[in-house]
Design a protein around this ligand. Sequence first.
Ligand code: NDP
Length: 337
Amino acid sequence: NKQVIFKDYVPGILQESDMYITNSTIKLKVPSDTKAVLVKNLYLSCDPYMRIRMRSLQGSYFAPFNPGSPITGRGVAKVVDSSHPDFKKGDLVYGMTGWEEYSLIAATESLFKIHDKDVPLSYYLGILGMPGLTAYAGFYEICSPKKGEYVFVSAASGAVGQLVGQFAKLLGCYVVGSAGSKDKVDLLKNKFGFDDAFNYKEEPDLNAALRRYFPEGIDIYFENVGGKMLDAVLLNMRVHGRISVCGMISQYNLEQPEGVHNLMLLVMKRIRMEGFMVADYTHLYSKYLEMVLPLIKEEKIVYVEDTAQGIESGPSALIGLFAGRNIGKQVVAVASE
Ligand code: NDP
């Protein structure tokens, strides 16, 4: 059973050498005195919050990983053996699993059966999983969006951002995204239907860039990156604008977070800036599926994934999120059904 082990807490930049692969034997049988499920992992998800679990932060929302143990994260898997009445051999499931070929899962409350199988299974880590619900709750619940409003999305080609932009377009908003390469900018404009997009790495003055793309200002900012981008956005927000703070990935590899200088503008422009955690919105999941499944099937929404092959590629795929190597939702394909 190949496993990706988390070595030790990392205060600064995360590197591949902070994880290593081991190989051991495992009995493909669930101990009979438990109510556990043994799964074969098919796809593993790379998510930015996993970096936060690699810090020894006291009081953090995310429990730190255990050094010397396999990384845990979301995955899609097939049940190999089960002593739990709700799961049987052959079931396809998604939920919290380990970065390993086979996982013995005792915490079955975070494991869910896959019923709709005529979509790619890896979608349960993206558009039909946590990032999808994040985009849905973060946009519709936090932004109070209205048709015709000016919407800006950062990290716009990623797992969450590509959906926020498409939801905003479906509502009739004017949508601009930022991303870190020409290929991603092309994707935003040509595949996801954003009205415009720019490569923030090629803009020496982010304030000037945003003024160019939003001459009348921004009504809604979907915040994925933080740092300098947030400061530039604050200068370009309209009165009564809303900022949905989903994440600040530019800060996750820093030992000390950067300061934000323009927060006083929240007062002058009467801006509502609100953070949220997707875990508080699980009650909306079935409503979200009702909306999004038909949109996928009618091809009114598209979803781009970046698939790394083999469990050994997990560490480099995870690190790639912080260098912007992923184009779309980053998953790791571990095995086929
Ligand atoms: P993505 O698929 O968007 O991958 C991360 C992307 O972030 C990279 O591809 C890169 O794109 C961009 N990025 C990396 N480093 C920087 C940097 N220093 N400055 C600017 N951009 C950077 O990830 P997700 O869609 O999964 O996550 C997006 C955000 O949403 C994250 O902040 C994450 O923490 C947050 N999140 C929050 C949740 C919640 O409950 N609040 C739930 C899920 C996600 P590029 O090439 O464009 O730079």
